[in-house]
Design a protein around this ligand. Sequence first.
Ligand code: HMG
Ligand code: MG
Length: 311
Amino acid sequence: MSASHLPQRVKVVEVGPRDGLQNEKQPVATDIKIALIDRLSAAGFANVEATSFVSPKWVPQMADGAEVMAGITRRPGTIYSVLTPNMRGFEGAVAAKADEVVIFAAASEAFSQRNINCSIEESITRFEPVARAAKDAGLRLRGSISCALGCPYQGEVPVASVVDVVKRLAALGCDEIDIADTIGVGTPTRTREVMDACAKVFPIERLSGHFHDTYGQATANIYAALLSGISIFHSSVAGLGGCPYAKGATGNVATEDVLYLLQGLGIETGIDLEAVVHTGDFISQAIGRPNASRVGRAMLAKLKDAAASTN
Ligand code: HMG
Ligand code: MG
């Protein structure tokens, strides 16, 4: 397929403040989280996944979700999303004036049990009132499907299982559905197979790709998904993250790497790559982690050289 078949514009959803930070063992100060979100919205993201309203016993790092949401400076037009596993989470999201709530299911039974302590079937039942309430409140509703390309507990996940969960989330009225490679095991052929199958049961322009980069395949998978017509992708600045319920999983694909890829393909995002690179440097230093974005590291080194030669 030629490059002319690629989407002209892509929405990049920055999930670093939530997916990226949720797994950090040391508490990250609330004001650092707020500064991170504000830098990201200023860089031009139309959608930032800001925090979760989940049990603090399960994910302690997200316990300050209400404070984070109260402290950020809202950029007009930016959608601030939060995770809501149940009605309690939904109530927190409404009080915090979130724009979009995310219900999260899995394509694997074993992962569903470990992540949200119930079966896939039970999770859908639990999401029903959340979905209804979101619609009544005029909020956007997103559904996320973990382990769509493989599961840390059951291994292979049939394409039919992913499609089945897409149908169930679609029936709940999801505006967008995320196909997530939680443990980053997917490869391009499988990615296309899953995306093409899901696109038969849900509008492709509302399907998104959420790739973790554990096996280094994420940008290849994004390119494959672009060829299938997917135009929404999730990523974390500086490649932050992991998943508390997926051993060995590394962070999401780095936002800087995704933006560089898209820029090279001539695809518009409306996001300022250099501002994201500086944000990646800021958060990596703030939490004392090496910057996991290759593009980030390369661009920072270049900027440093340029600054040194003008001094
Ligand atoms: P449970 O223990 O089965 O449910 O947890 P429960 O109703 O018995 O609640 C347990 C305790 O949590 C109770 O407190 C509740 O009040 C409290 P206690 O009485 O023991 O003191 N609680 C809450 N507190 C705050 N906010 C809430 C809430 N709900 C209950 N909303 C539950 C079930 C779903 C709550 C739990 O399993 C949970 O919170 N899980 C969250 C897991 C999570 O956040 N995982 C990471 C996000 S998903 C992800 O990263 C994947 C994704 O990126 C895509 C991909 O890459 O795959 C999206
Ligand atoms: Mg994830």
